[in-house]
Design a protein around this ligand. Structure first.
Ligand code: SAH
Length: 188
């Protein structure tokens, strides 16, 4: 949320919105004029609709938000024209061979001015007492990147698509392992 605010974005697309938690926070900020929420899962969209009380919103609120089903690995005109896109804990749900398609549709085609992307920091996993060694944080995760792995992917994506990228983290910092969540903020 603070990365979105720092970018000065007024039109924001939340890509892979899940249950719509971030969408709700974006909508409660009056500087944000419009929010598009996208997810490939119809069930997630239904959950988001309920969570956000879309049916009982005032017409004015209703005008600011749109929830659509869509896959981030296919070019989609509805995603064009946003100041910022948020991709929060989503990339690690994509099969690695589809990362190129995701890159082309978001960075190459939709081209938001800012992309705020977060993903787990795999190095930090050993600090989670209940997480067996070598397993992912979620059953649907296809991979979890170390800081070096995200950095290398993010720099290549930025270079190929005309963005600059800044890497940081979210959560309590371990001197050796970094923070639990990694964040990459791309700007065009
Ligand atoms: N951003 C939310 C949800 C993260 S869970 C949050 O932080 O709470 C990951 C979400 O990505 C799921 O809702 C899943 O349905 C969605 N997702 C996975 N692959 C996708 C794809 N190819 N296109 C769009 N959404 C996708």
């Amino acid at each position: 949320m603070s990365a979105v605010k720092e970018s000065g974005a007024r039109r924001v697309a939340d890509l892979g919105c899940g249950s719509g938690k971030l969408v709700g926070r974006l909508l409660s900020d009056t500087d944000i004029e419009r929010v598009l929420a996208v997810d490939v899962s119809y069930r997630a969209m239904e959950g988001a609709r309920r969570h956000l009380h879309v049916e009982t919103m005032t017409p004015r609120q209703r005008e600011r938000v749109e929830l659509v089903q869509g896959a981030l690995t296919y070019r989609d005109r509805r995603l064009v024209g946003f100041d910022a896109a948020t991709v929060v804990e989503v990339v690690e749900h994509l099969d690695p061979p589809r990362l190129g398609a995701f890159e082309r549709s978001v960075f190459g085609y939709a081209q938001p001015r800012t992309v705020v992307l977060t993903t787990p920091n795999a190095e930090y996993n050993v600090r989670f007492a209940n997480l067996p060694r070598g397993s992912f944080r979620h059953r649907d995760h296809r991979f979890e990147w170390t800081r070096a792995e995200l950095a290398s992917w993010a720099r290549e994506v930025a270079a190929r698509n005309g963005y600059e990228v800044t890497l940081s983290g979210i959560g309590p910092e371990d001197e050796e392992l970094g923070q639990p969540t990694q964040m990459a903020v791309f700007s065009r």
